[in-house]
Design a binder for this molecule. Structure first.
Ligand SMILES: Cc1cc2nc3c(=O)[nH]c(=O)nc-3n(C[C@H](O)[C@H](O)[C@H](O)COP(=O)(O)O)c2cc1C
Length: 315
């Protein structure tokens, strides 16, 4: 085949990048040698008989291992397995060193935590330019209820199902909220979660402001009331020496006089309370989120972080 002078390889790569794929790791074991590569050239071929394909660069370090292997396994990576994808796309490392796996059909290493695994017998190999194409007969499959990792435009992505708009708004609107306003929606969720969190704080005998102080001191001790105040006021709390003194009485922190300025240091009781409350809030959020909302949660947090950054820059 002649070299193509018309299609620029970079332009080809970029254009192919707009075809969204999942991410897989293909593993094999040949003559006692384990190999694994990150692959997004995977695709289905046939349902009956069950067949799949993928292609491997002839320049891959593990090319000889796959070229003569009888079996391979395709792992569809789950949304939280980006580190696994990066590991198996890195040349020259012991890819299986810190990874949990067991053996599957043909003794092939099978990685834990994926969305699906296809155990295959290699049935065809095709010439494919700078790649070799492998077609496998699926001998066994495993399918788990985990959302898949996505690759688009050269970046990892998350798949979020498009929801019917009416399903999203009806519930919220019926309670008199403007379902299209981020402010109202955030307010509703924040108020409902904080109501529960505050009840827990009251049980523990501290206020929301005191909890905000504990959070700041957990990051760095020896702060003054003014320093803590400037950090917490973005969330609407205000802190002065009286707040710190009340907390010192509860043995949550200790105070030292630094040339007339009070500096606070977290005590064991304060540290313990802060960790317990954080765990409580995490459990509250986990319970409140709809099931299977991993991708949406990551995206919502990213959106709120970017919004917070923009608002704080504008202050
Ligand atoms: C998302 C993603 C998809 C990839 N898809 C393929 C592929 O389909 N075929 C391929 O040969 N390499 C692919 N690679 C690159 C290989 O994973 C990488 O070059 C790997 O280290 C090659 O294996 P080696 O360590 O045996 O050289 C991909 C990398 C990433 C990050």
């Amino acid at each position: 085949m002649t070299k193509n002078d018309v299609v620029d390889p970079m332009a080809l790569r970029n254009a192919l990048g707009c075809f969204t794929t999942g991410v897989t790791v293909v593993t094999t074991c040949n003559d006692g040698v384990d190999a694994g590569v990150t692959v997004n050239s995977f695709n289905s071929v046939s349902l009956d008989p069950p067949m799949v394909l993928w292609s491997l660069a002839k320049s891959a370090g593990s090319f000889n291992t796959y070229h003569t292997a009888d079996h391979f396994a395709v792992h569809i990576l789950a949304a939280d397995q980006e580190p696994i994808s990066q590991r198996f796309a890195t040349r020259g490392i012991d890819k299986f060193a810190e990874v949990d796996f067991h053996r599957g059909v043909g003794g092939v290493p099978i990685l834990d935590g994926c969305s699906a695994v296809f155990h295959c017998k290699t049935v065809y190999r095709y010439e494919g330019g700078d790649h070799e194409i492998y077609v496998g007969h699926v001998e066994k499959l495993e399918h788990f209820d985990r959302k898949a990792l996505v690759f688009h435009g050269g970046k990892y992505a998350l798949a979020v199902p498009k929801k019917k708009p009416e399903a999203l708004v009806d519930d919220v609107r019926s309670r008199g909220f403007s379902a299209n306003s981020l402010t109202y929606l955030m307010g509703l969720v924040y108020f409902q979660l904080m109501k529960r969190a505050s009840t827990e704080l009251k049980k523990r005998g501290i206020t929301e402001t005191e909890m905000a102080v504990l959070n700041i001191l957990a990051i760095e001790d020896k702060r003054t009331a003014a320093e803590i105040d400037s950090l917490v006021q973005v969330s609407g709390y205000r802190v002065d020496d009286a707040v710190l003194r009340a907390m010192a009485e509860k043995k949550l922190l200790s105070l030292t006089d630094d040339d007339g300025v009070l500096r606070s240091t977290l005590q064991d009781a304060g540290r313990e309370l802060q960790l317990e409350q954080l765990a409580f809030i995490q459990a509250l959020e986990d319970d409140a989120l709809p099931d299977e909302a991993y991708a949406e949660t990551v995206l919502a947090k990213d959106l709120l972080k970017a919004t917070a950054r923009k608002l704080l820059q504008a202050e």
